[in-house]
Structure formats: C-alpha cells, structure tokens
Design a protein around this ligand. Structure first.
Ligand code: C2G
Length: 129
C-alpha cells in the first residue's frame, strides 16, 4: 500500500482543494491530510472561517481522504512521514522547493495549483457583491 500525505488549511473548501486532493490520491492508495489547527493558523497569520472541527468534518467526507490529522507546527512533517509510514509527500506548487528536505524520508511531489480560484479571491468576491 502506497501512502500519501499532504498539508493545508482547506478553509472555504473549493474545487482547487478537491482537485489537489484527487491528484494526491492518484499518487498512491491511502491519503493522510494534515489539517492546520486554528492555533497553527494563527501563527501563519491566517484566521480560517470554519473551525478545525468543521474543516476536519468536511475533509473526512471527501472520497479521496482516508485520514485527517492535526497540523500543529512547521516541524512535524518528518515525524508524520515516519509515524504514518508515508511513501510520498505532496503539495501544491506554490510550495515548490519549500519541503525538499523531506526527500530524505519519502518522495516529494509538487503539483500545479488550480490557478483561477483561492479562498482569498472567494472572500474578496463575496465582500464586493
Ligand atoms: N491549492 C491548489 N489550488 C488552489 C488552492 C490551493 O492546488 N487554487 C492547494 C495548495 O497548493 C495546497 C492545498 O491546496 O497544497 C491546501 O491549500 P491551503 O489550504 O491554502 O494550504 P496552506 O495555507 O498553503 O497551508 O505546512 C503546509 C501548510 O499547512 C500549507
């Protein structure tokens, strides 16, 4: 069984996120999503619209997702890879090169983002309607 992991906030879930998760799952047979906690997001200067529990519930309803775990800090990735026996780490290419050190633990894959949509754009569009 080839095990995949990806990380993110996944707030205001949209089809860019879904396409990313779909392509993550295509990299293997089992997909772990490490979901940024509300506290970790605060550290990123991000405040998600939906709480961690609500974002987790939504991700768990997606057919491509097998397990959701909390992302609490920047440093946990290598431990997660070992703990969950991960074969491939996948992120959108807005993170290209940022996690290459993980290649000592597993394959590292960056996938093209879906260019035309973002949570920020959704919030902007809704606020100007
Ligand atoms: N994504 C995408 N296309 C979009 C928007 C997002 O492919 N239009 C991808 C991102 O590249 C990322 C994932 O969806 O791989 C989740 O995006 P965010 O929720 O914005 O995650 P981010 O805030 O970048 O947090 O430790 C890593 C961080 O937790 C990533």
């Amino acid at each position: 069984m080839r095990r995949v992991i990806t990380y993110g906030t996944f707030d205001l879930l949209h089809y860019g996120h879904i396409r990313l998760l779909q392509r993550c799952k295509e990299q293997g047979d089992y997909l772990v999503v490490a979901l940024s906690t509300d506290e970790f997001n605060a550290g990123k200067g991000k405040k998600s619209y939906f709480s961690y529990d609500d974002r987790k519930r939504m991700l768990e309803a997606i057919r491509y997702v097998d397990l959701v775990i909390p992302e609490e800090n920047w440093e946990q990735k290598a431990d997660d890879v070992d703990r969950y026996h991960i074969d491939v780490f996948v992120m959108g290419d807005d993170w290209e090169g940022k996690f290459d050190e993980l290649s000592e633990h597993c394959e590292v894959v960056y996938l093209p983002r879906t260019p035309e949509i973002s949570t920020t754009q959704i919030k902007t569009d809704l606020s100007t309607k």
